[in-house]
Design a protein around this ligand. Structure first.
Ligand code: HEC
Ligand code: HEC
Ligand code: HEC
Length: 473
């Protein structure tokens, strides 16, 4: 990563290093000079404006489509159906991922989310009346999901993806609510946020919203197929893929001109997933994308590690095939965006043939090839070709692997530091973490050997970059 070859990297580098003062000045400028604009906007979009909740979005039904939308089964059966549907939708929205810090306390919050302006801690959303949302009304819950406003009227921070959840129908939000009500209440008050001034002032989000948020339910596009619309409803709404895959503007809002073109968060590069052939996933077959989302592996192309492994583990593996198909259909149709790559990240690399040359060489603690043979070859083979081909739980080939062939080596270094941990119905996938065994210069040497040999030889990391990646959570 010495050279920031990808556009995404360049787009984000100033963001991460941006002096906080820049943010502050911009936000205050927005605050003071645009109040009038906000008032005008509020007039137009306020409660008087027509709502589209009532639109019959039949194609958006995420559970078994066999049941007619307006059937009226017995009350209890209907209630349990509602809860089941709510559970499914809560998975599609991946609520558990952010609202769980300790697996023994699911949905009780406490997860610290690092933002450029401080730390936001997720709240408890179990039905506990004191520390959770047990005293919330359905209207409170709808307002939080649709408008980003908490009980009592406080503005919520957009680390909670209400920018997307606003698209979800009332019916589906209330199904999630019905499911959350069935959870065991957990009495736990998460630690408070620690945000720098002025970002600790929640009301400032009014201005953030003005530029970066459009309240309103999903409106199907009649010119598109039912499948596309269903995919759009899921991706633009609950699945919130863009929170990671779309770059952000200086206010940390999603850049609508470069949707899905990739972004870096806490060091991890959520790759460009537009249909561009070299920079995105244009060469993938539909069923490879479905397989990646349902199992975390698309053999010969990619494996899901880090935040994407969590998305697969907690969310996408549970989605019905039909819904995954719709997601892929929609993703296929977004405009392709090139990041300037000349070759797809899953099209790099050759098997190694240097094991013979290594024989008899003096052991050197920071020799990438030796470190590879000592630490990685038992599973990935000294040639890098892996073991077990495409069987579930196989040790993948590092040749034609997107983390190794990407235009920056962030994800590869992070995979070496933290390993891979993914639990699916298909397999428990585990690659050990090497962070505690290898020093920063060893991780850098290993990363650079792996990209040179099996991937994109132009992506390299420095020891300082590894140290920085190690310190990010
Ligand atoms: C990407 C992380 C993330 C995901 C995914 C997420 N949330 Fe949250 N949520 C947050 C954060 C952060 C806050 C707190 C925001 C703040 O303090 O202003 C929050 C706040 C809330 C609140 C307000 C609670 C309160 O006490 O004020 C509710 C309700 C909520 N989330 C429900 C959900 C539901 C339901 C889902 C799934 C459909 C979900 N969240 C998914 C991060 C997330
Ligand atoms: C929490 C952040 C996050 C969210 C949400 C997220 N992704 Fe990802 N995604 C990533 C990261 C990080 C990677 C790279 C993983 C790796 O290198 O192993 C990735 C990788 C991918 C890849 C593989 C690209 C490649 O070339 O290897 C696809 C496809 C993908 N994501 C699709 C999606 C879709 C569809 C959604 C929404 C349902 C989604 N992602 C939601 C972070 C996220
Ligand atoms: C004990 C076996 C084992 C060892 C040792 C091991 N790996 Fe892995 N590796 C795995 C497994 C399992 C996966 C994930 C497979 C999957 O996703 O289905 C994986 C995945 C990967 C990936 C793909 C990650 C992605 O996001 O696409 C890379 C790159 C990788 N390993 C590199 C290495 C390197 C470099 C070393 C040596 C430091 C190493 N591995 C050591 C088992 C191992």
């Amino acid at each position: 990563m010495t050279k920031n070859t990808s556009r995404v990297q360049q787009g984000n580098a100033p963001l991460q290093k941006a002096p906080r003062r820049g943010f502050r000045v911009a936000t205050l400028a927005a605050a003071f000079s645009l109040f009038a604009l906000y008032v005008a906007w509020h007039e137009a979009h306020g409660p008087g404006a027509p709502r589209n909740d009532e639109l019959p979005i039949l194609q958006a039904r995420a559970d078994d489509a066999s049941q007619p939308a307006n059937a009226a089964p017995a009350a209890t059966a209907a209630a349990s159906d509602l809860v089941k549907r709510g559970e499914y939708l809560a998975r599609a929205g991946d609520c558990v991922a952010c609202h769980t810090a300790d697996k023994a306390r699911p949905f009780a919050g406490g997860l610290a989310i690092n933002t450029p302006v401080g730390t936001i801690v997720t709240p408890n959303i179990t039905p506990d009346p004191d520390t959770g949302i047990g005293q919330w009304s359905d209207a409170d819950f709808l307002r939080a999901m649709h408008e980003g406003i908490g009980k009592g009227g406080a503005r919520l921070y957009p680390a909670f993806p209400y920018v997307e959840y606003t698209k979800v129908t009332d019916q589906d939000v209330l199904a999630i609510r019905a499911y959350l009500k069935t959870l065991t209440p957990i009495h736990y008050a998460p630690p408070r946020n620690s945000l720098t001034f002025p970002f600790n002032l929640r009301w400032l989000m009014v201005f953030w919203n003005l530029f970066n948020f459009t309240e309103g339910r999903f409106v199907p596009d009649p010119k598109q197929s039912a499948e596309w619309n269903r995919g759009a409803y899921l991706i633009e709404g609950l699945a919130h893929c863009e929170e990671c895959h779309t770059p952000r503007n200086f206010m940390q809002g999603l850049k609508s001109s470069s949707r899905f073109s990739g972004a870096v968060q806490a060091g991890w590069h959520a790759f460009n997933i537009t249909p561009d052939k070299n920079s995105g996933v244009g060469n993938w077959h539909d069923d490879e994308l479905v397989s990646y989302l349902s199992s975390g592996a698309a053999p010969g192309r990619a494996n899901a590690a880090g935040p994407m492994a969590e998305v697969v583990t907690d969310s996408t593996q549970y989605l019905a095939r039909e819904d995954l198909g719709s997601i892929v259909k929609y993703l296929r149709a977004v405009p392709p965006i090139s990041g300037g790559e000349a070759r797809a990240r899953d099209q790099w690399g050759n098997p190694a043939n240097d094991v013979a040359a290594l024989r008899g060489t003096a052991i050197n603690a920071v020799n990438g090839a030796q470190l590879f043979v000592a630490n990685c070859a038992t599973c990935h083979n000294w040639t890098g070709e892996g073991v077990g081909a495409s069987a579930p739980g196989a040790y993948p080939s590092l040749i034609h692997n997107t983390a190794v062939g990407a235009s920056d080596a962030n994800n590869l270094a992070l995979v070496i530091l933290h390993g891979v941990n993914r639990t699916t119905k298909r397999a428990d996938v585990l690659m050990p973490a090497f962070g505690s065994q290898l020093t920063d210069d060893q991780v850098a040497a290993l990363t650079n050997y792996v990209t040179r040999q099996f991937g994109n030889p132009r992506s390299a990391v420095t020891v300082e970059q590894v140290a920085k990646l190690r310190s990010q959570q």
